[in-house]
Design a protein around this ligand. Structure first.
Ligand code: HEC
Ligand code: HEC
Length: 301
């Protein structure tokens, strides 16, 4: 009996470790969402994150709701609607906004942060702050943050930190990795796959570059973010890259064409706050744009 208990405790520990969840990563089950209008907003918030393109994508039925500029889903990057700690999770996010943002050099509300992803990751327009969609997304954030202790909320989110390289990440090496490990899903031209081949149906597999992808102002366009995300989750269901391969394949997808966002030079009014891997000028240091984009980052700053 005692042995059985020890075995089940070990199994439990192994299970929770394998999910890469930090202690405190807790969120309520969707089946507990209350009935009525407030519960409906939580459910629709999750639906918007999981099936973004149907509701606010370029082919949304109501033209007035076509806010996103591409057919990605928020959940393509915030995997599992933000329930996974190592894939840009949202658990606890409601608790630590308003929060300072270096990109605008001021404290921003959670709604403004959503709109940063609308304009960049989704290459589109901001959602009006008083729209039903924005209210529902925020209601969902509040719900999945409701079991988190405020003191630890900020520490919960995060992508793995990769070993920095002494050389620049190399798109040519990355091409080989991509063609061995990614193109079966994301396609050789990076365009992913639409359901039944039709963009209005949305993606089965999201694009990783090209006109229907995130723009060059997005977090995923930064090498460190892309490499960490890829290391953490790709190839999907079988993430097995070395840190070095993750750097190179991230360099490859970001060496390809992404839509351009206007006025990027106005980001990070205080240039000292600009992350080293932010690839567009101006810069506070004298490193080239090339080095900002591909590294190496070792020994600088
Ligand atoms: C192409 C990938 C991608 C897509 C699609 C995407 N995001 Fe993000 N999002 C990111 C990345 C990367 C970050 C973190 C950026 C950074 O390093 O600050 C982020 C951060 C956020 C944050 C801040 C989280 C925090 O912990 O502070 C919110 C909120 C957010 N996204 C909401 C959304 C919503 C809502 C959508 C859909 C409308 C969306 N995102 C679509 C990549 C994406
Ligand atoms: C088995 C199919 C599969 C393979 C192989 C795969 N991916 Fe993905 N990838 C996906 C799916 C599906 C998503 C969206 C996840 C979701 O919505 O839950 C995704 C999401 C992404 C995203 C974020 C969303 C976007 O499109 O910008 C990036 C970046 C990415 N993959 C890069 C890669 C790289 C690099 C590799 C190779 C190392 C790779 N993937 C291999 C299926 C795959």
């Amino acid at each position: 009996m005692k042995q059985l208990i020890i075995i089940s405790i070990t199994a439990l520990l192994l299970f929770s470790c394998s999910k890469n969840e930090p202690p405190g990563w807790q969120y309520p089950d969707m089946s507990k969402v209350p009935a009525g209008p407030s519960g409906d907003s939580i459910k629709f918030g999750k639906e918007l994150i999981s099936h973004t393109n149907i509701h606010i994508g370029p082919y949304a039925e109501n033209p007035a709701k076509r806010f996103a500029g591409n057919n990605l889903e928020c959940g393509n990057c915030h995997i599992g609607a933000g329930t996974q700690a190592d894939a840009l999770g949202f658990v606890g996010v409601y608790l630590y906004y308003p929060e300072y943002s270096g990109r605008v050099d001021s404290v921003i509300a959670i709604q403004q942060r959503v709109n940063e992803c609308m304009r960049r990751s989704m290459n589109g327009k901001p959602l009006p702050l008083d729209s039903y969609e924005m209210k529902c997304i925020v209601a969902y954030y509040k719900w999945i943050s409701s079991e988190v202790m405020p003191q630890i909320a900020k520490k919960l989110d995060g992508l793995p930190k990769l070993q920095l390289m002494y050389r620049a990440a190399d798109p040519n090496l990355g091409r080989t990795i991509y063609n061995n490990k990614c193109n079966t899903c994301h396609a050789e031209n990076g365009a992913g796959a639409y359901t039944e081949g039709r963009p209005e149906n949305g993606f089965d597999i999201p694009s990783v570059w090209g006109i229907d992808s995130y723009n060059d102002g997005a977090g995923m366009y930064r090498l460190m973010t892309a490499a960490s995300f890829i290391k953490s989750k790709m190839p999907y269901y079988n993430a097995n890259l070395t840190d070095e391969d993750a750097w190179d394949v991230a360099a490859y997808i970001n060496s390809k064409h992404h839509p351009h966002m206007a006025n990027l030079e106005k980001d990070f009014p205080d240039l000292k706050m600009k992350p080293i891997d932010c690839p567009y000028p101006p810069f506070a240091d004298s490193l080239s744009a090339e080095q900002h984009k591909y590294g190496p980052y070792i020994g600088v700053k």
